[in-house]
Design a protein around this ligand. Structure first.
Ligand code: G3D
Length: 249
């Protein structure tokens, strides 16, 4: 009887808790299936995808979580923007094209860079070993080995879960169960440490904004100086004939 009441109280407490806002960054090489995955979770057909040029932001409700996912373009030249989203992220979804054996080394290097980043290290990471429906796709154990995943997550103190999946299997309620399971794992691990991660997110975001602000001011100052200098040399050019005249008088 007592335990029933305690359970009811816990349930009521959880039910009354406000929704938790969680931001996730979704990264991985171009063509890994990031957008297809997000679309499937969102309830849209994952096969209707266009390449993500910069980034897309998706908001969804997952149980008690209000989740924002930044689906970032994975092309080599655009990967530089990823770090701008790290500070506000509570966790990472790293999507791997398991069928692209040729690029597994590039995937390994890219993942290492993400996990080693000071604004990511220590945060929970979900690895989606995508495209398992493709012939020749690497199995979970091969992906772990090829990416040196154990070493990488241990060195960077990231909790990690890998889910072999296929983003195009279904969508909405029929999305691949492994994707759902992985997302639930990620959110529940963020929830376990929510206060600490959120505090870190707020501190890092404030620091990043301050740096951006400083950068903006320095850029404005540089532009102002360049303008002043060019006005000065323009003035010199206009004045120069007069000066020569004065000298020759
Ligand atoms: P990205 O956002 O990581 O760049 P996309 O990748 O989501 O745009 O997917 C790239 C291509 O891979 C798309 O095909 C998409 O349909 C396909 N794809 C994504 N996930 C899977 C999967 O699990 N299995 C298979 N077979 N294909 C998948 P197109 O033809 O549009 O380039």
């Amino acid at each position: 009887m007592f335990s029933l009441m305690a359970n009811c109280c816990n349930w009521l407490k959880r039910w009354q808790e406000p929704a938790r806002k969680v931001t996730l960054v979704m990264v991985g090489l171009d063509n890994a299936g990031k957008t297809a995955t997000v679309r499937g979770i969102q309830g849209d057909n994952p096969r209707d995808v266009a390449p993500t040029v910069g980034f897309s932001k998706v908001d969804l409700k997952q149980g008690k979580f209000e989740v924002t996912i930044f689906d970032l373009g994975g092309g080599k030249r655009i990967r530089g923007i990823w770090k701008n989203y790290y500070s506000e992220s509570h966790g990472v979804v790293f999507v791997v094209d398991s069928s692209d054996v040729q690029r597994i080394q590039e995937t390994r290097e890219t993942m290492a860079e993400v996990l080693q980043h000071p604004r990511i290290a220590g945060k929970p990471v979900l690895v989606l070993a995508n495209k398992q429906d493709q012939e020749g796709a690497l199995a979970e154990a091969d992906i772990i080995e090829n990416l040196s995943l154990e070493k990488l997550v241990n060195e960077n103190k990231c909790l990690c879960q890998i889910e072999p999946c296929s983003a195009v299997l279904g969508y909405g309620k029929k999305v691949d169960k492994s994707i759902k399971k992985g997302l639930n794992w990620l959110l529940s691990n963020i929830a376990k440490d929510y206060e600490a991660i959120t505090e870190r997110v707020q501190k890092d975001t404030a620091e990043q904004r301050a740096l951006e602000e400083q950068d903006k001011k320095e850029r404005a100052e540089r532009v102002r100086r360049i303008r002043e200098e060019s006005i000065g040399s323009e003035h010199m050019r206009i004045c120069a004939p007069e000066v020569i005249k004065e000298v020759s008088l």
